[in-house]
Design a protein around this ligand. Structure first.
Ligand SMILES: CC(C)(COP(=O)(O)OP(=O)(O)OC[C@H]1O[C@@H](n2cnc3c(N)ncnc32)[C@H](O)[C@@H]1OP(=O)(O)O)[C@@H](O)C(=O)NCCC(=O)NCCS
Length: 314
């Protein structure tokens, strides 16, 4: 048995404004049919006035309340993001202040693109071990506000992404936990320029990212199964990064896994980058799909090219 993380609570916060595929088709030459059939996305939330920190605070506050975690019981506050409000200070520092976390709470951002939440889980697992139980909880938030950096003249990227934040309060226990993290160490084929004088935009070679994703997702799942000695039959849910339905369908085929083991909600949010896995977990908890003792695999991939996964009991 490892020192693993237990999810004490989850929460999410998305901007109120919903942008449908039909609305996107008034901005670029596209259609609801094209977007749905190529990606599984039906709508996304775009911020109108909310900052990234506002979304983080909304999700973080609710997660702390649901866990019954007092501010002085939080050992570390981490935000996984590639679209922070400022290059510096981190979103996490501003979240720390807004949530009244005391000054001895280390607070910082983790940048690993859409894999950020998975990198964040391993980061807080290590820091909770160093805290030696003096403070019980870690607050981990995945948040991205990609609407700010979308090139609204590029139909091959602007229809894919949405804004949101998902949060989890976790604590360390002796329990099942296996993680796998990696990176190919390359900016191509997915990068955001800036900060600096240039306007920040997301740049992506979609087919190249697709090829990477359909390889990285199944191989990460297989790595976690090998580490744990479990088989796919032992796993109740696979919670993948919500980039594209076709990526998940191809990964399921390659793993010989039934598609209904994979939770999918990109139809409602699009790709929310680092927020996608915690938003999915929160929806699943809300719908009563998660029960204590169930075995979960969560897996993500993104800019870097990074990938990451965790296998654990809910
Ligand atoms: C982006 C993606 C959906 C494109 O699907 P695809 O089937 O590979 O499409 P292609 O890029 O080959 O483009 C096919 C055609 O559709 C067009 N097209 C692209 N976006 C379009 C849109 N929103 N609406 C209509 N047509 C579009 C292209 O211009 C191209 O037209 P052409 O053949 O006349 O040049 C797909 O590559 C993908 O999902 N990649 C992964 C992206 C991703 O998830 N990134 C985030 C990872 S964290």
């Amino acid at each position: 048995m490892n020192r693993g993380l237990r999810f004490c609570s989850t929460a999410r916060c998305v901007p109120e404004r919903i942008v449908t595929n039909d609305e996107m088709s008034r901005i670029v030459e596209t259609s609801d049919e094209w977007i749905r059939s190529r990606t599984g996305i039906g709508q996304r939330h775009f911020s109108r006035g909310e900052t990234a920190v506002d979304l983080c605070v909304g999700a973080g506050r609710l997660a702390l309340e649901r866990a019954g975690a007092a501010p002085d019981e939080v050992a570390v506050c981490v935000v996984a993001t590639c679209t922070p409000d400022y290059a510096s200070p981190s979103d996490a520092c501003l979240v720390q202040a807004a949530l009244g976390l005391p000054e001895d709470t280390p607070s910082f951002d983790v940048s690993a693109g859409c894999t950020g939440f998975l990198y964040g889980l391993e980061t807080v697992r290590g820091l909770l071990a160093l805290a030696e139980g003096k403070k019980k909880y870690a607050l981990l938030i995945g948040c991205d506000q990609l609407s700010r950096i979308l090139d609204m003249t590029d139909r091959s990227t602007c229809v894919l992404f949405g804004d949101g934040a998902g949060a989890a309060v976790v604590c360390l226990e002796d329990r099942l936990w296996h993680a796998a993290l990696g990176s190919r160490g390359t900016a191509a084929p997915l990068w955001l320029n800036g900060p600096g004088p240039e306007t920040t935009y997301i740049h992506m070679d979609g087919p190249a990212v697709y090829r990477f994703a359909v390889e990285a997702l199944p191989s990460c799942v297989q790595d976690l199964l090998a580490k744990s000695g479990l088989t796919l039959d032992d796993i109740d849910w696979i919670v993948p990064h919500q980039a594209n339905r076709r990526i998940i369908e191809t990964a399921a085929k390659r793993l010989h896994a039934p598609l209904d083991k994979f939770y999918q909600n990109m139809v409602r949010y699009g790709n929310t980058s680092a927020a996608s896995v915690p938003i999915a977990l929160d929806e699943m908890a809300e719908q009563g799909l998660l029960a204590r003792g169930q075995k979960i695999v969560t897996v993500a991939f993104g800019a870097g090219l990074t990938w990451g996964g965790a296998l654990f009991e809910w």
